[in-house]
Design a binder for this molecule. Sequence first.
Ligand code: SF4
Ligand code: SF4
Length: 353
Amino acid sequence: MDTKDLPILRVRWQLQFTKCSLKCPYCIAEWTKRPVNFDPERFNRIIDRLLEQPYRLVMRLGVEGEIFLSPHIQDGVIRLSHHPKVDGVSFSTNLMASDDKVKAFLDKADTSKIGIGATIHDTQITDEQKEDFFKRVEMVQKRGVLIYVGYVAKPDRFDYMREYKERLDAIGVPFLPNEYNGAFEHVPYPEAYTAEEREFLKSHFFADHYYRQLVEREVPRGKPCLAGHRYIYLGSDGRILRCGNERHLKWNLTQKVAWRVKEKWAEDMQKKRVKKREMGNILTDDLVLSDKPTLCPHDSCTCGNETQAIYSVGRDYHRTRTLRVIYSKADAAKMEEKYPNLKPLENDSCSLA
Ligand code: SF4
Ligand code: SF4
């Protein structure tokens, strides 16, 4: 069978390379508090196993730190990018590495398959570093990478969002905000966004689907999803889950009762429930996927890389080689003109008419 006829499997793979060049106080990877659990040999074996599967791959590596501090992860991405079974491989970075370092990586990779999410940590860097960041984004874009810039929509940073979107639109780079998730001036977000702020966010989100899932928190429960069918989550140790939400199951009644007696008892029950739902380990087991989309059992789907797995996304949006980037089919011609590195994947089995 021609590689191009293979169905596409999308994979989010967490690596726990918890080392970074910045120390953002809001870091969700909490890299300063967690040990590095990255084993280069295991990393390469997982890549070998993925490439053995009868699928074309669109992968997102969740580094949990900074990729430009790890030659091993960069080499893995370069290798994946040249493989005929790989349609896309993306990762996020703070893009604070030197131009030379970034260029050396791009020189070795097939940039037509690379996706990068460059997050701008503007409260942690100087104005000069910020300007260097934008120049580097443009350099990467010109090399053909489907790069986007990510930003957290904190309620007091909307003016910056406006400015960044304009700057990035001018160089053809998508700007992809994420909702602010947490307390700001003692009120919880995203719930506390006002109607006016919501309007602003709606007009600054790249795809309406993301606005609905991340800001409005639409409930996915019961919706058909590619999770476990044409999408999987991989842990750094190779364990396979339908999606990342499977790690955080809602406590059932028995657990709630058990917790009153002994906290640890309830937590052990939780571990067992999660384990039971795992789909094996890519290093040791056959990858057995569901033969059709599955129904979502969760109440929220707010991971930027996972929410694209909702089945109906394939009807209204083009998915791309960068897992986080989808764009409206209805506006496709306009979007592709404005953002030149956007394009749908060829023969995408998850695209719906
Ligand atoms: S750049 Fe990212 S990984 Fe590094 S400290 Fe900031 S939020 Fe954490
Ligand atoms: S909709 Fe989201 S949370 Fe639900 S199964 Fe799919 S990826 Fe997981």
